[in-house]
Design a protein around this ligand. Sequence first.
Ligand code: HEC
Ligand code: HEC
Ligand code: HEC
Ligand code: HEC
Ligand code: HEC
Ligand code: HEC
Ligand code: HEC
Ligand code: HEC
Length: 475
Amino acid sequence: MRNPILTGAAALVLIVCGALPAAATPTFYSQLSSESQRCVECHQETTPVLYQQWGESRHYRGNVGCYECHGVNTDSSNALEHNGFKIHVIVTPKDCSRCHERQYAEMENSHHAKAGEILGSLDNELADVVEGNKKFYGKSALLVNGCLQCHGSEVKLKNGEPTVDTWPNDGIGRLNVDGSRGSCSACHLRHSFSVAQARQPETCGRCHLGPDHPQKEIYEASRHGIAYVANKDKMNMDSSKWVVGEDYWAAPTCATCHMSATKDQPTTHDVGTRISWNNRPPVSVRPEVTDAKLGLTNKLNWKQRRANMKDVCFACHNENYVNNFYEQYDGLIQLYNEKFGAPGKKLYGMLKKGGLITAQPFDEKIDWTWFKIWHHQGRRARHGASMMQPDYTHWHGLFEVAEAFYTDYLPEAREAAAAGLKAGGVKAKAAQKVNAYIDEMLNSDNHRWFIGKQSAAEKAERAKEREAFKARYGK
Ligand code: HEC
Ligand code: HEC
Ligand code: HEC
Ligand code: HEC
Ligand code: HEC
Ligand code: HEC
Ligand code: HEC
Ligand code: HEC
């Protein structure tokens, strides 16, 4: 199917500043407001760099001044008395929405806007307890300097000034005092707010990197990243219309595939509308499943989302190429899910439920082993396949999953079961079940090689391949 499916939000007409009639883009003001003139008079002296950045922006050219962003929506909950004005320091997505309603609506209904709700997650146990303590204004200093810088803090104000434990923070799902979520300047650096900068892969790479979600590294080492570096100067990044295949064609950036326009699709600020798997959990699931849990109302099913992404690919590749890619990708996800994700998750659940390991996360070696299998190694394999970087799929991915699964995880599970058997009673019963499950798993097609039970046909085939290899390479 070659037709993209648009979201409800994407079909909304942009609501224009103030009471002006609807138009495709926000309207420029004809002159700078008298309030903003006052701000500027002082601030070109006191904060010249900031003034300069604003001066280079499209906002400056549209006479959108300091007051239009820092002065609106001020009330007793956020106001700071400032040289005769009531202002607020933090400009929230809701403030931007006065002029950019569509971008706001899309972002608020995306995973990005939900990213601040991680307290209580398993990872959060690491920040608060395992790696941290609560001695920084009652919080973990690691949480404040680590997790929340990407995910977003819950902003608190004192006399209109943001508090030290909650700000500076430009996390993608920041919880703002006006009830809006996220931060537009997570991607749009202030005060230039340039689209050219937002379209660069580095913008996303601030958060999408590292051992558990190396999208930046994967992209850089993929052919798409290679093509981008080789052709940076031909990308026409600062054009306000940026349609792939029309305004540029040399390479896609993260924005191209996940957010920017094609000739049939407008831009979107909901980064979930082109994704057909959620590869973050221990077992990959369709995005509808996790969206529903988060209360997101994007009604697209995974097939529609995939059609949207394919529409991007088709700007540069033919249909067969793209369809085959997706089958290869699905194959890898199914392999990981079936061979390691699902059985690993089930086994871990049995160990916990049976009391064979403690309820406390991360106090035993097996907790770390399993966490790394799905959260680091297993995600890397899946992300590598989704964005075409085989080293992440294999050496940083399934190779490490397999090594940990066979040489750490299963032996550690057997050990916990052995201790359970010794303890007797209900624990012994649970241990028997665990051992039976591991046996069943190891006797399945996926794992029987490990206990020397490959079928004669499989063994013969492997032997033949080895012979052929020897003959070719003389080894
Ligand atoms: C009389 C001069 C003057 C005027 C008028 C003025 N400012 Fe300021 N503003 C300052 C100075 C000085 C600072 C402190 C700069 C610093 O801390 O580096 C400041 C700080 C700020 C801050 C940061 C406040 C904080 O506590 O973090 C913001 C935001 C700001 N101004 C916005 C505005 C806006 C918007 C206007 C117009 C409505 C405005 N200013 C008008 C002089 C002025
Ligand atoms: C398009 C909206 C917009 C305009 C116009 C704008 N700001 Fe800001 N400003 C922001 C945003 C967004 C932030 C980031 C606050 C946050 O979320 O942490 C910010 C932060 C600030 C800060 C505190 C952070 C820092 O880097 O020191 C100051 C001071 C400030 N603005 C002053 C000004 C002044 C002065 C002007 C006019 C010359 C201006 N702003 C124009 C949106 C705007
Ligand atoms: C008072 C209205 C107004 C507010 C408030 C406002 N903007 Fe804008 N914005 C505009 C106008 C006008 C343009 C220029 C549109 C054009 O060039 O067609 C613009 C353009 C932009 C662009 C495109 C820049 C480019 O390089 O093409 C971005 C990104 C942007 N705004 C982000 C923001 C963010 C983020 C906020 C809040 C922090 C914000 N705006 C607040 C009116 C506003
Ligand atoms: C460098 C930025 C960064 C830091 C630091 C970070 N995360 Fe994340 N986190 C992300 C990104 C990006 C994703 C989404 C990964 C993806 O889409 O593949 C994510 C995903 C998650 C998820 C899964 C969300 C889902 O949809 O399933 C949780 C939970 C989480 N992080 C919690 C934490 C906690 C707790 C910490 C600190 C101990 C932390 N993160 C530190 C960037 C970060
Ligand atoms: C995840 C990063 C990210 C966040 C967060 C983000 N933007 Fe954008 N924004 C982009 C990218 C990338 C583009 C360029 C799209 C393109 O290629 O034209 C863009 C473009 C824009 C434009 C130009 C018109 C358009 O839609 O292309 C406006 C206006 C804008 N953003 C406003 C906002 C506002 C307002 C917010 C907060 C509600 C926001 N953005 C949050 C990445 C982001
Ligand atoms: C400030 C940190 C940050 C930045 C910058 C950022 N992201 Fe994210 N992104 C996250 C986090 C955290 C999540 C996971 C949110 C969750 O599910 O709880 C995420 C999730 C996603 C998802 C999964 C969406 C879904 O519905 O499953 C995509 C795709 C994505 N980001 C793309 C991008 C792109 C493209 C950019 C740059 C234009 C970008 N992100 C910039 C932090 C960030
Ligand atoms: C050539 C297009 C393309 C480019 C360029 C690209 N991606 Fe992706 N991305 C994809 C595809 C395809 C998927 C898998 C979609 C699916 O599951 O259907 C994906 C998946 C993702 C996910 C989902 C994570 C999960 O749960 O699996 C995130 C986050 C993401 N990309 C971020 C990025 C970032 C950040 C960049 C730039 C550093 C980037 N992408 C560059 C095509 C691209
Ligand atoms: C702006 C153009 C552009 C877009 C959009 C684009 N690609 Fe590519 N793609 C390229 C270029 C250029 C290459 C390198 C071609 C070569 O190998 O000579 C490439 C290579 C590839 C490869 C080969 C990878 C390898 O390592 O051999 C695959 C597979 C691929 N793209 C799939 C996709 C998919 C799937 C999408 C959509 C999610 C997509 N591309 C979107 C330009 C694009």
